[in-house]
Design a protein around this ligand. Structure first.
Ligand SMILES: *Cc1c(COP(=O)(O)O)cnc(C)c1O
Length: 453
């Protein structure tokens, strides 16, 4: 249809399997290591933290994993999510490019996070787990897990990074509405938190610290497990519903993307959209350029080191080979709280090393400028995280205006900003600063990488 703006799938065409990119990679990524022995970790090492089904998914080489029926039932509350053609933005940019966005803000909590929170809560409930602990940065993951736990009758306890706890009271209220208990992190509840507070009582926290607190609590109690909202293979696996749907929607639009762009905090919304397209690319059926976009204040892929590092600040997790800024790096409290992680998914890091994806860092004000431009044309106010992807997509579309190329651009619009409006307020008032990571801070952060035994 001429002028078609939304590409919608009916519930019957929702994917019933997640896609595991590991099955199709030409070179396998380096395994996680046990920090004590230096050898690859075994399933048993992860058993105190995660239920068996998720440990199995973390390590599986199977190409497809069936989505359980009760998970599909919850997915149907908002999935399939819409694919939009950004015709108004295209006109405003006067570009011949075709810009599409896959919108995950239609979920109950406003982001892609429930795509993995729901199966994680489900598998834990199935295995008799009574309580889940987790961290949250922007508050998106905490609200997603709180919602998912409510759905399957599991208790939920969240450590929310202090900066976000203070800036985003509505995220906390959302988690509490779903029934979760919320602590600011660092907290006095855990040893890891008390140790940080003893050294820096005014600490604004970090995802690394909050992970230490949540992991410590889960490891200490048999009925409690831990849930991670990004980074790990099983999380990226669950997010592939996004890309599988988008592939079907592109068939409806009778186009194929030339450029695919997503923001990366730990890599899950980007991987979720990109992996099914990367499968098609590896099979020679399409050839999109695939680009990860990160903040200049936390430039993990573009300026971090590819090395084994801990996933958390206290060093409780296995060692992951990833692009990292060092596990005790505390980035500036930028407004894109979801992009403030010191590391990156090992799978995404591996793809970058293998030259299968590109990466780009963007300054904070440029992202908000893109977010405002998008809001004033397309109507949706994008969360600060996907505003990074929009800034890079708009750049690409403007290059097309100059070159006359009619590229097809696909971007992951992984959430809306309804609870991030103070960040837009800071931008609109002119108070927002460029806070790119300095060379000195980078060198200091990288000095403490762990020795691999
Ligand atoms: C959590 C979050 C991110 C960052 O996490 P990824 O795993 O990189 O996707 C980005 N955008 C939104 C809206 C988020 O909630």
């Amino acid at each position: 249809m001429p002028g078609q703006t939304k590409y919608l799938l009916d519930e019957g065409s929702m994917p019933t399997q997640w896609y595991n990119l590991l099955a199709d990679l030409p070179v396998a990524p380096p395994p996680p290591l046990h920090p004590g022995t230096g050898g690859p970790i075994a399933s048993d090492d992860l058993a105190p933290l995660f239920p068996r089904a998720l440990v199995a998914q973390e390590m599986t080489g199977e190409r497809h994993v069936d989505i359980p029926g009760p998970v599909l039932d919850v997915y149907r509350l908002w999935r399939p999510s819409p694919l939009f053609r950004a015709r108004r933005l295209e006109r405003a940019l006067d570009t011949p490019a075709h810009i599409y966005y896959k919108y995950e803000g239609v979920s109950p909590v406003g982001s892609h996070k429930p795509n993995t929170a729901v199966p994680q809560a489900y598998y834990n409930a199935e295995e008799g787990v009574r309580r889940l602990t987790t961290e949250t940065g922007a508050g998106q993951w905490g609200s997603a897990l709180a919602f998912a736990c409510a759905t399957f009758g599991v208790d939920c306890e969240v450590w929310q990074v202090r900066a976000s706890y203070d800036q985003k009271p509505y995220r906390r209220l959302m988690m509490e509405t779903y029934g979760a208990a919320v602590h600011p992190s660092p907290s006095k509840v855990t040893e890891a938190g008390r140790a940080i507070l003893a050294e820096s009582p005014e600490s604004t926290g970090s995802l690394g610290i909050a992970i230490s607190e949540a992991v410590e609590q889960a490891a200490a109690d048999d009925g409690t497990r831990y849930a991670l909202g990004s980074v790990l293979n099983h999380v990226l696996l669950h997010q592939t519903v996004i890309g599988e749907e988008a592939l079907r929607q592109f068939e409806l639009a009778e186009e194929t993307p030339d450029v695919l762009v997503g923001c990366t905090g730990g890599g899950s919304n980007f991987g979720g959209l990109a992996f099914p397209f990367l499968r098609e690319k590896l099979a020679g059926r399409m050839s999109p350029v695939i680009r990860a976009v990160e903040p200049a204040a936390c430039p993990t892929l573009t300026r971090g080191r590819y090395a084994y590092d801990f996933g958390d600040t206290a060093g409780l997790t296995p060692l992951l080979k990833m692009h990292t800024l060092g596990h005790d790096f505390v980035p500036d409290p930028i407004h894109a709280g979801g992009l403030r992680y010191h590391g990156m998914s090992p799978l995404i890091s591996h793809l970058y090393e293998q030259g299968l994806i590109e990466a780009q860092a963007v300054a904070q004000q440029d992202c908000f400028a893109a977010g405002v431009r998008f809001a004033r044309t397309e109507g949706i106010i994008p969360a600060p995280e996907p505003a990074h992807a929009l800034a890079a997509s708009i750049d690409e579309a403007l290059r097309c205006r100059d070159s006359g190329e009619e590229k097809v651009i696909l971007t992951a619009l992984c959430g809306h900003a309804h609870l991030d409006l103070p960040a837009y307020g800071a931008y609109l008032s002119g108070a927002m600063q460029d806070n790119a990571l300095s060379e000195e801070d980078l060198t200091r952060a990288l000095a403490d990488l762990p020795q691999v035994p």
